[in-house]
Design a protein around this ligand. Structure first.
Ligand SMILES: NC(=O)c1ccc[n+]([C@@H]2O[C@H](COP(=O)([O-])OP(=O)(O)OC[C@H]3O[C@@H](n4cnc5c(N)ncnc54)[C@H](OP(=O)(O)O)[C@@H]3O)[C@@H](O)[C@H]2O)c1
Length: 322
């Protein structure tokens, strides 16, 4: 089968499109014939070695397709089931071996590409808004990169929970996408000081929560946008790692809460995983949640997909097609 692997960490040239044998599922595992693969920032971090894995490493953490074989003692899925998954390494390939408990059956109303597209970013948007800081009616949230893949999903779910949403975006086009997703006020943070703007939009009160996936460029001002006892949810670093801080700083800034969550800890067991994905699939099937696929690339062109994401061009989900 064809796969994309990294033998040495590096730039786009580190991605090797190569042939390997089709793997066999073991105890509790299923083999998925992959039809669509989600591309995520974490794949870039694995390629460049910011996050280390054992080399050679098959990239990718997210896909959807059809179960074509199962190992012993698998009860959650059977051959022929349309399934999707995330947070399992090795999806840049024609086939993947996945622990069966991590596979979610795709309902007939949802197509395979949106299913692949929603898993990682959708479950992230779900846990951030329901578990890390559970938004409630009347809350105000600041969502950075609101026109990006995860941003558009956070905004839509935050609106379902009754929050007021202030979003940031770097271009007019992304601002329009953020608005389409439901953002109440969009700030072009490449042109306007978002801290001053948030203060003015909240009568100097500050927001209840900031969902910050940008990191280095936004972190300090994000803290300044919070009300006393507000929550800074730093969940990514698309502009680079956030600066180191002395925890004492949280005191004068308003007894703030700071967390750096990751998806794995919020889908650690099957019931929690199913709960989040079933919500997402229900909302998609009933038209409440729109998943925007920005671009698809053939698997052989994974480097182009990485370039698109790194160059800040993504306006929704990027998929690879084997
Ligand atoms: N902790 C978790 O569970 C979790 C889950 C998913 C993702 N993440 C992390 O969140 C971050 C964003 O991932 P994502 O899936 O949310 O991506 P995304 O929304 O599809 O795209 C990233 C967005 O970040 C913004 N951005 C700001 N500065 C950037 C820069 N220097 N280079 C590239 N983009 C920049 C861009 O929006 P503007 O151009 O409008 O600024 C871009 O659209 C990554 O660090 C990822 O690892 C974490």
């Amino acid at each position: 089968m064809k796969t994309v692997r990294v033998h040495e960490y590096g730039g786009l040239e580190a991605l090797r499109f190569e042939e390997v044998g089709i793997p066999e599922p073991g105890e509790g595992e299923a083999r998925v014939r992959i039809e669509a693969i989600g591309v995520n920032f974490i794949d870039i971090y694995h390629r460049i070695g910011r996050y280390k894995g054992s080399l050679p490493l098959t990239l990718g953490q997210e896909a959807a397709g059809v179960v074509d074989a199962v190992g012993p003692h698998v009860t959650d899925v059977k051959p022929g089931d349309r399934v999707a998954y995330a947070s399992v390494q090795g999806s840049y390939a024609e086939y993947a071996i996945v622990p069966a408990w991590r596979l979610i059956k795709i309902p007939s109303e949802v197509d395979v590409q949106p299913a692949a597209a929603v898993m990682l970013q959708g479950m992230t948007a779900h846990y951030l808004t329901h578990s890390t800081y559970p938004l409630k009616q009347g809350d105000t949230a600041l969502v950075h990169a609101a026109g990006g893949g995860t941003g558009q999903l956070i905004v839509q779910i935050a609106k379902m929970r009754g929050a007021r949403v202030i979003g940031t975006a770097s271009t007019g086009e992304k601002a329009a996408l953020a608005r389409e997703a439901g953002t109440d006020h969009v700030i072009l943070y490449t042109e306007t000081d978002f801290e001053a703007e948030v203060k003015s939009l909240t009568d100097n009160t500050g927001v209840d929560v900031v969902y910050d996936s940008v990191g280095k460029d936004t972190f300090e001002k994000s803290m300044n946008c919070l009300r006393p006892r507000g929550y800074l949810v730093l969940f990514g670093q698309s502009s680079g790692p956030a600066p180191q801080i002395d925890p004492q700083i949280l005191n004068p800034k308003g007894s703030l809460f700071l967390t750096r969550p990751t998806l794995g800890h919020y889908i650690a067991y099957r019931a929690e995983l199913l709960g989040r994905v079933n919500d997402l699939f229900d909302w998609m099937a009933t038209g409440k949640l729109k998943v925007r696929i920005d671009q698809t690339f053939p698997l052989a062109e994974a480097a182009e997909a990485h370039r698109h994401l790194e160059d800040r061009k993504s306006k929704g989900k990027i998929l690879l097609i084997p």
